[in-house]
Design a protein around this ligand. Structure first.
Ligand SMILES: C[S@@+](CC[C@H](N)C(=O)[O-])C[C@H]1O[C@@H](n2cnc3c(N)ncnc32)[C@H](O)[C@@H]1O
Length: 265
């Protein structure tokens, strides 16, 4: 794997970045053992510091040019490893914030002998550290943390802000697939395409809704190549629905000229 310095990024002066815990803190025996474990695992697991060096050149991390797809909140890695196995033509990067889960994902990738999947410990609120505009061919979010209480609404990943970010990173024709056990995470998406979380009008985002399903645990679901995740199987076994929606990036430019998002960090 290449180790050269990260490429310069235009927004690096203006926006805070996700910071990896510094190596000198790793000697504290009270720290999570997976904090050290995730550093020592090696490929297919990239630390946050390593991942950020691949901005603009992810093909080097994978060792080949292929469409780059990303799963956010990869959890135990069932989707990541399963989808990469079903799609050898793509490079699939998992992003997961919890140390132990990155190790579980990495083990699944390694045990399956996959060379087209990687996992990194990174924070999904900082995707602009990792990706150039228009560089992603697919984005997958399976059961994002629900934060159901109103007072925690600002913590929800599925937000106007996140959809604006997705509009920047996804190329024309790329799809965003979302599955959630929390109905509002899916129900709010159509509203957020042209309004903010409070319902105030916003410029229409460059997405078409190309699929919607009230329960992917029943019948044929929404995608023939879908993979059941750990959380998804828990809800299916309890007889509870898993909602899903698919957005496809249109060719419309984003952001509109002269418009400054109030959601920018
Ligand atoms: C409810 S779990 C779902 C896990 C898995 N996708 C599944 O369906 O089984 C949500 C996952 O998102 C991860 N997560 C939460 N916030 C995150 C963030 N800001 N960046 C990256 N991952 C995050 C959590 O650690 C957790 O693994």
């Amino acid at each position: 794997m290449a180790t050269s310095q990260r490429m310069p990024q235009p927004s690096s002066e203006e926006r805070p970045r996700f910071v990896d815990r510094p190596p000198e803190r790793f000697n504290d025996p009270k720290l999570n053992p997976y904090l050290i474990g995730h550093r020592e695992f090696g490929p297919p697991l990239l630390t946050a510091t390593q991942a950020a060096t691949y901005y603009g050149r992810w093909h080097e991390a994978f060792g080949r040019h292929a469409p780059l797809h990303v799963e956010i909140g990869a959890g135990n890695g069932f989707f990541l490893a399963g989808f990469a196995q079903k799609h050898p033509e793509i490079n699939l990067l998992g992003i997961e914030i919890r140390y132990k889960r990155t190790v579980l994902c990495a083990r699944k990738i390694r045990n399956a002998g996959l060379s087209n999947a990687l996992i990194t410990r990174y924070d999904a609120w900082f995707l602009d550290d990792l990706f150039e505009p228009g560089s992603l061919s697919g984005l997958y979010i399976n059961h994002p943390d629900p934060w159901p209480k109103d007072k925690h609404e600002k913590n929800r990943l599925i937000s106007r802000w996140f959809l604006e970010e997705a509009a920047i990173f996804l190329r024309e024709g790329a799809t965003l697939r979302l599955k959630s056990d929390f109905e509002d995470n899916v129900a709010r998406v159509p509203r957020l395409l042209d309004a903010d979380g409070d319902g105030a009008p916003m410029p229409a985002l460059p997405f078409q809704i190309t699929g919607r399903c009230e329960d992917v645990t029943q019948g044929e679901g929404l995608w023939p190549d879908d993979i059941e995740t750990n959380y998804q199987s828990k809800f299916r076994k309890r007889g509870l629905p898993v909602y899903a929606i698919e957005l496809t990036r249109t060719g419309q430019a984003w952001p509109p000229e002269g418009w400054v998002s109030k959601h920018a960090r």
